[in-house]
Design a protein around this ligand. Structure first.
Ligand code: UDP
Length: 476
């Protein structure tokens, strides 16, 4: 049988590299005659090697890594990933993403793969693939709902200062109305409509799009997305489940994490600990970290708080005597932790999340209810889906001024954190319907990934469509 060479091209952020590596693991498990190559810049290899190593243990054709130079934008060596350095460095990386084009073009021209699957951020890859006459698929680590809503904003051309709220028009389901402050800042930029229009056009013109989501979780939004946004759409998630189901290893995603917290969780009762994680990119200022520390203490609940990062790079946020006072029921991991393994642990009863889509899907698959604390990007849109449409989460703070812009948001006060967390952890309390919904959705998400489930059927369809296109040498 012919061996097909497919190149996978992730974006420069851990929350894009991780699901792309998981998706690669799924593809290699389901179709051993596809030889996969991950194309990354040197500074990003360390975030995928641990994942690929475990997938390669059982792969017929071990996945390869091919590097191309990170665009030269005057950053320190090795700072090539959004969220690793400070926020100015992250913005510079974001803005420089189109400068990756010449390097990637050279790699693709030289190696001439049979197909390419690129992060949706790199929409210009479609033009390179068209020149090479190979099919181009995009990979979206985003919810269908968020992509639909963002496309509506593009059509509405929302401008700053005109309105307090915007209502999203033309989507199925309940009315979606959002404060302008909760929109990603780029939506209000002058050139947003233009950029997004060209991105959505590139996706529409491409062979198709692979979305890390699951039909049973997003329901009519997947149908709508499939009907309106792409030639072919494949909903193959939650891809994190591939670690458990197909490779039996949920550790070491996105790099090595601190594992002592798992032993600490072993000592705790079932569903008695709240996980607090704000993903791979968030830095809080000392004042907010201080409020959160006091709030968690005040909740009197067990908590595990991971990847605690301070924008001020000091320890002044730690309340005096706090570490001693919370020693028996709180565990703090300053750095990277094995979040997927933590969410799968029986001791975890709830999750305070910034509403990054990967974290949401990981919690969903584990049946863990969420308390939402969105901060940036499309996170408020994801919150809307979870809280107001699906019902597997509640807002941590309903009041106060919330915003995607740090300078415009209020500190979430300790009293609110303490009160909401303690009420949310009560098993038969006012949030019991949210807990039930989360468990129900967990079963839906896991069964989608089992043989015959919707995500596995979409994956089989994707493989068969792609192989036909590669055989016939058609791009569309
Ligand atoms: N993550 C992890 N350990 C940490 C923090 C985060 O493994 O200590 C992983 C998490 O499981 C998820 C990803 O990093 O896969 C974060 O992605 P998400 O979409 O939630 O948010 P972002 O990082 O873009 O804010």
């Amino acid at each position: 049988m012919k061996k097909w060479r497919v190149f996978l091209i992730p974006y420069f952020a851990r929350s894009h590299l991780i699901p792309m590596a998981d998706f690669a693991g799924l593809l290699s498990a389901k179709h051993p005659d596809i030889e996969l190559t991950m194309v990354v810049t040197p500074g990003n290899t360390k975030f995928i090697t641990t994942s690929l190593d475990k997938y390669n243990d059982s792969a017929k054709h071990p996945m390869q890594i091919l590097t191309y130079p990170f665009p030269s934008i005057g950053l320190k060596p090795d700072v090539e990933t959004v969220g690793i350095g400070n926020s100015a460095e992250s913005s510079a990386i974001d803005e420089a993403s189109h400068m990756a084009r010449p390097g990637l073009e050279q790699v693709l021209q030289q190696h001439k793969p049979d197909a390419v699957i690129a992060d949706v951020t790199f929409s210009w890859i479609a033009a390179i693939a068209a020149d090479l006459k190979i099919p181009c698929l995009f990979f979206a680590p985003l919810s269908s709902f968020a992509m639909l809503v963002l496309n509506c904003f593009q059509k509405m051309r929302v401008r700053p200062g005109l309105l307090d709220h915007v209502t999203v028009l033309g989507l199925p389901g309940p009315e979606i109305r959002m404060p302008v402050l909760e929109l990603p800042p780029f939506v209000l930029e002058e050139n947003y409509a233009l950029n997004v229009e060209s991105l959505y056009k590139a996706v529409l013109d491409a062979f198709g799009i692979v979305v890390n989501t699951c039909r049973g979780v997003e329901l009519e939004y997947c149908d709508e997305f499939e009907k309106t946004q792409a030639r072919r759409a494949y909903f193959v998630g939650p891809v994190s489940v591939s670690c458990t189901m197909y490779h039996g290893n949920i550790m070491e995603r996105g790099g090595e994490g601190e594992t002592s917290c798992l032993r600490w969780l072993d000592t705790k009762e079932e569903r008695s600990v709240i996980l607090v994680s704000f993903g791979s990119q968030c830095h809080f200022k000392s004042a907010q970290l201080h409020e959160l520390a006091m709030g968690l203490e005040g909740s009197r609940q067990n908590f595990l708080w991971v990847n605690v990062r301070n924008a001020d790079q000091s320890d002044e946020w730690i309340p005096e005597g706090w570490e001693e006072r919370i020693a028996d029921r709180g565990f703090v991991v300053r750095g990277w932790a094995p979040q997927l393994a933590i969410l799968a642990h029986a001791a975890i009863g709830a999750f305070v999340t910034q509403c990054g889509w990967n974290s949401i899907l990981e919690a969903t698959a584990a049946g863990v209810p969420m308390l939402t604390w969105p901060l940036a990007y499309e996170q408020f849109i994801n919150e809307k889906l979870l809280v107001d449409v699906v019902g597997c989460a509640a807002r941590l703070w309903e009041g106060g001024k919330r915003s995607t812009r740090e300078t415009e948001r209020e500190l979430v006060p300790r009293t609110v954190i303490a009160h909401t967390v303690s009420r949310f952890m009560e098993p038969e309390g006012e949030f019991s319907s949210v807990h039930c919904k989360a468990q129900e959705l967990g079963a839906v998400a896991r069964s989608a990934m089992a043989d015959g489930g919707s995500s596995m059927s979409d994956l089989s369809r994707l493989i068969s469509d792609l192989i036909t296109a590669m055989e016939n040498k058609t791009c569309q």
